[in-house]
Design a protein around this ligand. Structure first.
Ligand SMILES: Nc1ncnc2c1ncn2[C@@H]1O[C@H](COP(=O)(O)OP(=O)(O)OP(=O)(O)O)[C@@H](O)[C@H]1O
Ligand SMILES: [Mg+2]
Length: 260
């Protein structure tokens, strides 16, 4: 396996963002190493989504900067982030429920092609190549057996996997996931966990995710950053975070951490 680069895959330096009088995140710094699975956790209202949206480009931070593979992307437009290799799950409305899983993922692959046209003209890919790419993406998320079914008929977990397949269509090096397990039953959670692990182990992707489910965080993440009231409270390995008194006080029930 190739040596991970010394340059971080993603870095936030003192990122701050407020809404009116609410300071949602203050001077938040975080380093995501290439090839790691990194989680951001924290109690409700800690600023996780605000921070996440500042990383992905949905919000422009008021102060601080965001770096991807050594480049300052704080003000980079979405297409530039995608071109560099940042991927994120599409919001659910970007899925067409009446279309099949295959058709939805094909739309994602086509939009990547359109993006490529914008950057460097390329010859039109044949349909065969598009189909092969869609099959490959469906294979990564274990949705091959449901390829022809309308997305509306799938379980919530399978719909989430379809969104992940779409996010992979832009060929990212880093995937950002905001609460990928939200609202899912335990068996579905396990299914998504194993797919995320596969993206990391088989495709070598770097993953940054926000998650409430501590079982998921402690078993999936190699590094964890804890936010509380808009600030970084702690950062470390799962066992360090599980043993951290400030984290326990702020957020976590002891019983949740006992098995770590
Ligand atoms: N668009 C917005 N407009 C106004 N206030 C906001 C907005 N987004 C977030 N906030 C406020 O910023 C703070 C941080 O919210 P944020 O959604 O980032 O927290 P979170 O950690 O993602 O919470 P949760 O665990 O509930 O998802 C909260 O006080 C929230 O009310
Ligand atoms: Mg949130």
């Amino acid at each position: 396996m190739a040596e991970a680069s010394a340059v971080p895959m993603l870095e936030a330096r003192d990122v701050s963002k407020s809404f009116g009088g609410v300071q949602a995140c203050s001077d938040v710094s975080l380093t995501v190493r290439e090839g790691t699975i990194h989680a951001v956790i924290g109690p409700n209202g800690a600023g996780k989504t605000t921070f996440f949206n500042s990383l992905s480009g949905f919000y422009l931070p008021e102060r601080g900067s965001v770096w991807f593979a050594g480049r300052d992307i704080t003000r980079a437009p979405n297409w530039r982030r995608i071109e560099l290799g940042m991927g994120r799950t599409f919001q659910t409305p970007s899925i067409f429920p009446e279309l099949s899983v295959r058709e939805n993922v094909a739309l994602g692959v086509r939009s990547k092609r359109n993006l490529a046209f914008r950057i460097r003209p390329a010859s039109a890919e044949p349909q065969r190549k598009l189909d092969a790419r869609v099959d490959e993406l469906l294979g990564f998320v274990n949705l091959g057996a449901s390829a022809e079914r309308p997305v509306a008929e799938l379980s919530h977990g399978a719909q989430r996997l379809c969104e992940i397949a779409m996010s992979l269509s832009t060929e990212p090096r880093l995937v950002l996931l905001d609460e990928p397990m939200a609202g899912l039953a335990e068996t579905e959670t396990d299914r998504i966990m194993s797919v995320i692990r596969g993206l990391h182990d088989s495709l070598g992707l770097t993953v940054l995710f926000v998650e409430h489910n501590m079982r998921v965080v402690l078993s999936l993440a190699e590094r964890i950053t804890v936010l509380d009231r808009g600030r970084v409270l702690a950062e470390g390995s799962p066992s360090e975070i599980a043993a951290n008194e400030a984290v326990r006080d702020a957020y976590l029930g002891r019983e949740v951490l006992e098995h770590v």
